[in-house]
Design a binder for this molecule. Sequence first.
Ligand code: ADP
Ligand code: MG
Length: 323
Amino acid sequence: MPSSEFQLIEHHFSHLGAIREDVLLGVGDDCALLQVPKGKVLAVSLDTLVEGVHFLPGVDPESLGHKSLAVNLSDLAAMGAEPAWATLALTLPRVDEAWIEAFCRGFAQLANRYRLQLVGGDTTRGPLAISVQVHGFVEAGQALRRDGARSGDLIYVSGTLGDAGLALQAAAGEYDPGPYRTELQARLDRPQPRIEPALALRHLASAAIDLSDGLLADLGHVCQRSACGARLELSSIPLSPALDRFIQEQGDWGVPLASGDDYELCLVVPRGRQAEFERIAAGQETPFSRVGEIEPAPGIRCYDAAGKPVQIGRGGYDHFGPT
Ligand code: ADP
Ligand code: MG
């Protein structure tokens, strides 16, 4: 069993994830040495998960290992970038070997699936917090930015929306999801980064973002950066059976549209590429739904099946916003 910090790092972190030829030097020196392929640029993103803010105390460490990498991979997907490397900063209240082992297992499963190698990090003592930085590659000029949407473009989202948000309500005892409890919890604990469809569809999209704070907030970022607005058709928002039941019972569209942690993709597609986009999207494991379109006027407007405007009570999650 490792005792020193050095042994802890050597034992748990020095061989985590894929073994890549573009890693000239990985964990163990003062810096990692990494080779970016010719013609590609590096896409870099960092996310932090803090106990009590992003996850509940006592959460399953394997799920936490998965989620801390998954939320970062989701950012690479939203940029149209292919995963390559990660660094990991772990702040731990104490050395709990079984906990670290399980965390690494969850992290490694996802890293292996996307051929990502852990190349460095930092390990400190303190209140439990996890920062992961991911590095991916994208052809120069091909990245999916937030500022590329144009009026008339179509808006697509992957998967289903609101499941993680409803899982949080269920965990807080505010909603009884009945038979759907386990599958909702899995959506919260084990988000699946949409890397494959992002890479297959990126050449057809004009803009993209991943849904970490809810569609209204995240699409709002795209609209703001692209100096436009959007309309959403509520009847087209993809819902799981659990969310479908919830909406029928409570009619609260704030859950699918304004709660966080879905980590689905939102892709904006010019009309001229609609047919090609839908053809390739149909071949993906994750379904895509067309939920609205970009309009010139700023703001996001929602309509029901009868074409009537619907007000949604809340925006997305904002750490520093009013509580
Ligand atoms: P330094 O004092 O030079 O920053 P550290 O003792 O922090 O070195 O880390 C030693 C090596 O172990 C470095 O290569 C660092 O990247 C790596 N490392 C430390 N913690 C982690 C971690 N949690 N995950 C991956 N690599 C880590
Ligand atoms: Mg260090």
